[in-house]
Design a protein around this ligand. Structure first.
Ligand code: GTR
Length: 327
């Protein structure tokens, strides 16, 4: 009987196990809306690098930046369905899919960014994460997106009356449309990529965003009044398709999570630097910034938005109250 020499047997075993691990290795694809150099872009590239390192190459991630793989609502669907595995998403457009996550889109719900992170790191954060996971999106880490304020090309906004009659672009979420309507404006839900041209050609009068996005998109060039309403403080996630994540071993899950959390540390540091730099850049370019002395009329106008959310989701009242009661 012919016996294979031991060396050749070992070679066969090695080849088979290589094949097995090649088949097991996952090549993930990731979506990000932002341009090169933006804190999220840099942090997502870091996530890809850490993922490779911490999983010993078993999971690799190819990032597609600048929204090249489609609009944010489309990309959210892609990650839910598994056409893509990873996304850096704002929770705004996730809200219509996961009501628990929509709580962060109630205007003025967070006192400031630190409050938002305290909430996310507590029981309310778990509830939000569970709601997202149930819809196919597992949040691995939270990114900072600062506070969003109104901007337009005509005048500073100081009171809700200043918004009255204005056509304002919002992200796709009925809560934001309601928010603008309650201020007397006309909401215009629209994809991020279309906003510059719409502001420029007068399709909309204004929009709302944080300093870095106002700057990186060039919106400040065509809408030079930035009024510090800070009406929304919306977190962002590094989200993974639930099936892809749940198929991993516990060790791999831990490695993926760790890579995302480390990328979030970097993102938050870069975010703080960029907020200051973006504000400086746009102000030097001639943007007129104004603080809003009295935000109470804006906050008072949001009562129907809260009522609408609670009428649609009566079981989420404790979540709203938990956030409001968090110091
Ligand atoms: C940015 C956010 C993006 C996108 C955008 C928008 O601040 O980082 O994910 O949501 O706002 O207004 O569409």
């Amino acid at each position: 009987m012919y016996h294979k020499p031991i060396a050749s047997l070992l070679a066969t075993v090695a080849a088979v196990s290589m094949l097995a691990s090649a088949a097991d290795a996952a090549n993930w694809r990731g979506w990000n809306i932002h341009v090169d150099g933006y804190p999220n872009t840099v942090a997502m590239d870091k996530f890809a690098e850490l993922l490779d390192e911490k999983t010993g190459g078993e999971i690799t991630l190819q990032m597609f930046h600048g929204g090249t793989l489609g609009s944010q609502p489309d990309a959210i669907e892609q990650v839910r369905l598994g056409g893509l595995e990873i996304g850096n998403f704002n929770l705004g457009p996730i809200g219509p899919i996961a009501p628990e996550a929509n709580v962060v889109s109630l205007p003025f719900i967070f006192k400031d960014v630190d409050h938002m992170f305290r909430v996310l790191n507590g029981e309310a954060g778990e509830k939000i994460a569970e709601g997202m996971a149930a819809k196919g999106l597992v949040p691995l880490a939270w990114y900072d997106a600062g506070a969003r304020s109104f901007y337009n090309g005509a005048k500073p906004i100081n009171t809700p009356e200043d918004v009255a009659g204005m056509k304002v672009r919002v992200m796709n979420n009925d809560l934001y449309s309601g928010m603008i309507s309650e201020l007397g404006g006309n909401p215009s839900p629209m994809a991020f990529a279309e906003v510059y041209q719409s502001l420029k050609t007068g399709v909309v009068d204004g929009a709302e965003n944080n300093w870095p996005s106002y700057e990186s998109t060039g919106h400040y060039e065509v809408a030079g009044y930035y009024s510090l309403s800070q009406h929304l403080i919306i977190p962002e996630c590094v989200c993974v398709n639930a099936d892809a994540y749940n198929a991993l071993t516990d060790d791999m899950k831990a490695a993926v999570k760790e890579a995302a959390m480390e990328s979030a540390d970097l993102q938050r540091q870069l975010w703080n630097e960029r907020e200051t730099a973006s504000r400086k850049l746009v102000e030097e370019a001639g943007v007129q910034t104004n603080a809003i002395e009295n935000k109470a009329p804006f906050q008072d106008a949001m009562v129907p938005v809260y009522e609408g959310y609670l009428a649609d989701n009566p079981d989420l009242r404790p979540l709203v109250e938990l956030i409001q009661a968090t110091d």
